[in-house]
Design a protein around this ligand. Structure first.
Ligand SMILES: [Zn+2]
Length: 85
């Protein structure tokens, strides 16, 4: 079976209150993989949803990308062969 279910994964967050209606144990964490991997929380009471970005993972990701960019630039400049017209 190669069919992949588009259904997002939902997981209840025990003890978490909705930032909008303050309902406790009504918030689920939703993980989607389509069209792009994403993660957010959703209140089953009022339908409120919002992203919950993890600051640590975001900064780590940015640092990694910066490092990749620097590496690419360093190898690009040092290994560049200049052609004369
Ligand atoms: Zn709510």
């Amino acid at each position: 079976m190669r069919y992949q279910s588009p259904q997002p994964k939902r997981r209840f967050l025990a003890g978490v209150s909705c930032p909008k209606c303050q309902a406790i144990d009504a918030v689920v964490q939703v993980n989607i993989t389509d069209p792009t991997p994403d993660e957010y929380i959703e209140c089953t009471q009022c339908g409120h949803s919002e992203h919950r970005p993890d600051p640590d993972s975001i900064s780590a990701k940015n640092n990694a990308e910066d490092q990749l960019a620097r590496d690419a630039m360093a190898t690009g400049t040092s290994g560049t062969v200049k052609f004369r017209n």
